[in-house]
Design a protein around this ligand. Structure first.
Ligand SMILES: [Zn+2]
Length: 211
């Protein structure tokens, strides 16, 4: 859980509300018109409770125990893949969301993580101002150590709403990929990992937004 006391949270919420009010004024609207009256509080809460909820949180809190839910694993003799892990983050260049899926493939070790743990760990790193490239590396570093695995691949495919709402010709989606250990060294194993991802990934939601 977050270390923030409810008093701290209340104080932050009040300050953020006035910032949002000011923001609305500065972009040319009237924060006192009835339709906008609830907006500063709603926006402040959304940031503190959701979009920025990864600050001050330790991903280890989600990894105290392990269990296996085989239903959603795609596994071969040599690899375990956890696919379609939701990623919802905010781009630090524009403060606009990017969202998509993460794919983690690793060489099985004695430690087995439950699927829901992956989603929560991704959330701790994603619920802050981020760059997709850095998020990918942070996840790989963290999981490579914690899974005590000999090899790991992390791929993220995401739509960037900053590109969607601003540019006309800018690409909307981005794929980032990084490898550790055997999945860096052994190209055969890496190809196998990528094949599993290709077979199992769900990009429906992303495709909806592609032109
Ligand atoms: Zn951006």
């Amino acid at each position: 859980m977050s270390m923030v006391s409810s008093e701290d949270l209340g104080n932050k919420l009040d300050r953020l509300k006035s910032v949002v009010r000011e923001f609305i004024k500065l972009i040319g609207d009237d924060p006192d018109r009835p339709e906008l009256r609830e907006t500063p509080e709603r926006v402040a809460r959304m940031w503190l409770e959701e979009l920025a909820s990864g600050y001050g949180r330790d991903p280890d809190e989600h990894l105290k125990y392990f269990y296996v839910n085989s239903a959603n694993y795609v596994s071969t003799n040599r690899l375990v893949a956890v696919l379609n892990i939701p990623v919802r983050s905010v781009c630090e260049h524009h403060l606009l969301p990017f969202y998509g899926y993460a794919y983690v493939v690793y060489v099985p070790s004695d430690e087995v993580f439950g699927l829901s743990k992956f989603a929560r760990v991704v959330n701790v790193f994603a619920r802050r101002l981020q760059l997709q490239e850095r998020l990918t590396e942070e996840l790989a570093d963290y999981l490579f150590t914690k899974l005590k695995t000999k090899g790991l691949l992390v791929m993220i495919e995401a739509i960037h709403t900053c590109a969607l709402v601003r540019g006309v010709e800018e690409p909307l989606s981005m794929v980032t990929l990084t490898t550790r250990g055997q999945l860096s060294a052994d190209s055969g194993l890496r190809d196998e990992a990528l094949k599993i991802i290709k077979t199992g990934k769900t990009s429906r939601n992303l495709r909806l937004l592609k032109p």
